[in-house]
Ligand binder design. Sequence first.
Ligand code: UDP
Ligand code: MG
Length: 320
Amino acid sequence: MNKRKLISVVIPAYNEELVIRETHKRLSTVCSISGYDYELIYVNDGSRDRTEEILRELAFHDSHVRVLSFSRNFGHQVAVTAGIEHASGDAVVLIDADLQDPPELILDFITKWEEGYDVVYAVRKSRAGETWFKKVTAKLFYRILQRLIDIQIPLDTGDFRLMSRRVVDSLNAMPEKHRFVRGLVSWIGFKQVGIEYERQERFAGETKYPLRKMLRFAFDGITSFSFKPLQLAGILGLYSAGIGFIGILIILYMRLFTHSTVQGWSSLMVVVLFLGGIQLLILGMMGEYIGRMYDEVRRRPLYILEEKIGFPGGTVQTHQ
Ligand code: UDP
Ligand code: MG
């Protein structure tokens, strides 16, 4: 008998007790009308509220539900990675738990996948209910990233997407620890296509991405795909040496051919502070890379699972 294909949906959740039931309802509706078999893989990223309890309850009542619980908060991108690793679908969909990404769009993803696309990603045409700070920094980030890196990552695109099995297998074969999933997927290639949508307001609760996490995420994106910040030292060095050389010529000229000399202390201080600042900045930048390299060579597992519910087999595995 011809087995129906399976769609896996991966939903990372960190302190989402206010939204998770509603998300489950909407996802279940969409998936059941898709005509495919489906599994909903919730990744509880060390939530400290009732998220885990609610997920347990959902798994008890619904055999489509799978739950992965982390031993602590490991972060959004790691949660997504864990979900993908445990997905057995012919296609895998990533979606946030907060309903900012409308589950109904998954049906459009599936249509494109049936047409033969390997990756279908959702492009944010607008963002409702987010602070201007978030909108401006996000817009800026994607545009700076675009200029720094050599691969094409589509602008204004989050992790809300569908990936075919061969993309998922390629992604699972990438061992890196600082994961910028949307970038890795672009890097993999195959046939990719975007669908525009209006990003909704959060259904309830507040963002789990404070500035600190946003910055780390941004640096992961840049360092994963570009060496340009490291090359900045060379470029700045070249410029300041050039300016210094012109300065020497001017000073020599004044000393030899005019009666005035250049007065010293404050201009000297400015130059010393300026160059000192640039040097520390570059050192910091190198630190970002070296720290990430250290993380890679330590080869710790990417996450620690506390519990797995609803998976066939049921043994606990961790990322190698
Ligand atoms: N999330 C997570 N771990 C974290 C932070 C966020 O699993 O450390 C999840 C969160 O529950 C949500 C998704 O990642 O499903 C996106 O987070 P959020 O909506 O807070 O980010 P925003 O949409 O504000 O950028
Ligand atoms: Mg959100």
